[in-house]
Structure formats: C-alpha cells, structure tokens
Design a protein around this ligand. Sequence first.
Ligand code: NDP
Length: 448
Amino acid sequence: MTQVVDQVEHIYEEVIRRNPGELEFHQAVKEVLESLVPVLERHPHYAEHRIIERICEPERQVIFRVPWVDDSGRVQINRGFRVQFNSALGPYKGGLRFHPSVYLGIIKFLGFEQIFKNAVTGMPIGGGKGGSDFDPKGRSDGEVMRFCQSFMTELHRHLGEYTDVPAGDIGVGAREIGFLFGQYKRLTNRYESAVLTGKGTTWGGALVRKEATGYGVTFFIDEMLKARNNSFEGKDCVVSGSGNVAIYAVEKIHELGGKVVACSDSDGYIYHKAGINLETLKQLKETERRRIRDYVEIHSDAKYHHGGNIWDVPCVVAVPCATQNELDGDSAKTLVKNGCIAVGEGANMPTTPEGIKVFQDAKVSYGPGKAANAGGVATSALEMQQNASRDAWSFEFTERKLREIMRDIHQACFETAEDYGKPGDYVVGANIVGFTRVAEPMVAFGVV
Ligand code: NDP
C-alpha cells in the first residue's frame, strides 16, 4: 500500500511541477488520485502502463487569439481555448465556457473532470473542454455573434463529429451555440449536425438537452435519498445559481415534491419562503436576461440579500449549480448544523475539499458533479445518436432515458464504493468507475 501511495504522491507532485499556477487543475487531479490507490493495488498493470500519468497529460491543447469588433467599432481581443484531454472512449466531448475568469487552469480542470464524467455515463465519448475569457454579460446580440464567429473561425479546424464535439457551459447557451454552428457550417460547407450539441430543437437539437443537467442532478439526488429510505417530498431545498442548470433543477425538484426556497446569481441571493416561482425565474433569466434581485419586484414576500452566503439558508437538500469552489468548509458546517442530509452537485467542483470532508464526516449523502451532473453530457450523447440516425425522439422518451441513465450512474457508483470498502462514498465510486472504464481501452491501444 505504502509503495502505491508514494507512487501516486509522486505523480501528483509531477502534475504540479509541469502545470504551474493551474490551481483548479491541481485540485481536480488530487481528488481523483486520492481515490485510485486501491485500484492500483488491485490492478498493478495500470501502473506498469503508466495510465494515470498519461491521463493527467492532455492529448492536445489549443490556445488562440479571438479578435472581434464591438458595437462602437473598437477592436477587442480575447483568448480562446480547447483542451482535448482524452479520446480513449470516443470523440472529445465537453462544453465551452465564456466567462472573464477563464484561463488554462480552469479549462484543464473541467476537461480532466469531463474524462471521468463521460466514462461514468457509459456512452462512447471522450473528454474535452474549451472556452474563452470573453464576458457575454452586457454585450449586444451583434457583439456576441461577432465574437462567436471569430472564435469558430479558428476552432472549426479542430472539430468534427468523429473528432471533437463541444456543447454549452457557463455563458454559452442556445444563442451562442446557434452562432457557433452557423459559422461552422459556413466555413466547412457541411451540415454536420453532430459537431455541436445543445442546438435549437428546430435545427437538430434534442428535446430535453436544455433541461438535462438540472433534471439529471435532481434524479441523482432522488436516488441518493431513496438509498437512505427518503425522498424529496415536503423538503426545503436550496439551489445556487439561476442559469441553465439551476432553473431546471428547480423545475424537477418541485415536480418531485420538494420546495426550493432560495437561488442566486453572482451578485446575491433571494429567499422565498413560499417557494421560488419558476415562471418568474424563467422570465427573468431566460427571456429577459435580468438579475436575480429583480425577482422581489414581482414577489414582494421574497427577500433579496446582496452579497451574503446562500448556504446560510436552512435546507434539507443543497444543490450547488453556479461555479467551482462556491461551497467551502464553513458553509458545509452551516448546512450540516441546519439539518442538510443530501448535496448534489449541478456545477463542476462547487464544493471545496474541506467542504467535502465535512459532508462525508457528517454522513451527508454527497453526490460529486462527475456523477450527479452527468445527465447533461449524457443527453448530448443522445443528441449525437439522433443526429447520426436523422431521428428526433419525443420529450417523454428522452426524459425516460435520462432517468434510467442517472439511475444506472447512481447504482454503478454506489456498488463500486461498496466493492472497494467505502460504502456511501460516491466520490470514490465515481472516480473508480470512470477511471477503470478509460484505463481498459488505453491499455488495449498500446502506447499512443
Ligand atoms: P449559466 O451561465 O447558465 O449559469 C451560471 C449561473 O451561475 C448564473 O446564475 C451565474 O450568475 C452563476 N455564477 C457564475 N459564476 C459565478 C460566481 N463566480 N459566483 C456566483 N455565481 C456565479 O451556466 P450553467 O447553468 O450552464 O452552468 C452552471 C454550472 O454547471 C457550471 O459549473 C457548469 O460547469 C456546470 N455544468 C453545466 C452543464 C450544462 O449542461 N450547462 C453540464 C454540467 C455541468 P451570473 O449571471 O451573475 O454570472
């Protein structure tokens, strides 16, 4: 055991040395490596083939200039990224993030997580991620379009339905995917539907893709609650964020009998004891692109807290759906003190390592993003299937499939954690399931 622990520690030190300053990437690697010690014990050939070292090194990283002209005629320069991390299971698959905080370390943490998440879904997709430090907030439709066209002018040469298939993430929704697809089609002279997912449903997009991550995380939490003989019925829940993932988590939680009493954006959070009104939320955030504070103009019994910490709101189920490291150790302690029994991550890596430890020590059912938010990418893979067969499935059929996929993911993580002597530890379960599914084809392919 000690020899394997030393080996894994050495790999981690090398990752830090080779990727200086990429803190989020280091954090994501550490969390996975810590889970893999018993796997290397049981399967020593993975170490002989240096599978972990290979997985930690992206197959390809592209960084490029994105020049565009704003509405006042001024030239703007952003930086674009695509990290093609691992294609052992299929074409690279993972979203694009447009947010001013984006740099290589963020894209690499997301791409690294994506390898395991995609493997956990059981679908034939590899892992990748991309984006830009472009901030769409406050930009006109024309500016967003010109940015997307410039971004795709470089990116298109690295994409393809059998090569790399991006989707949305923070700051990239249906509008951006439309502009990106339009430019790809124009540059390549090909109507290659399966080159992007999250498309509009009138031009090749799958029903349920928009809802998939939010619905999926809710289904995953429902499975975790069932595993402890419980359910959403009558429970107060808190969902952070108010974007694509958050909105559809709220919708499905309400359908399953829970009540979401708070949600947020990066300025602050609203508390609505009667339960968040979904229609208002969609109107404000999807249709009008307004701020969450405006909710109280419509619901005077709700309260807006500027700044503040949404995790101070008492709840039984917490669903972080905003961004990385939004839930720290102190927030986790507050949640536990207030009676929280389940946490499902809609966002990627929203809980800090200290927060995870607090939840696990307190026997809170904690579903890491890698498993809990995999419904989004799984439904993207279903979109690719429909594009390949030129078919379009009904909402009900697709949602049923999503539900089955989330049930299977939960079961695989649950059983694997038990098998490795860590019952109830979904982190260990997800990491081991994801890793072994990627490691096997890597061994079979030889040193490539
Ligand atoms: P959106 O851009 O639609 O929404 C993001 C939400 O999070 C907004 O409400 C935003 O507020 C808030 N937010 C963003 N950054 C911060 C911050 N630094 N502090 C506080 N709030 C913040 O993105 P998505 O809903 O698509 O993505 C949310 C999370 O889910 C991300 O972690 C993403 O990686 C993850 N995810 C998304 C998937 C998808 O299918 N879309 C799939 C799997 C995971 P504001 O408007 O003020 O910025």
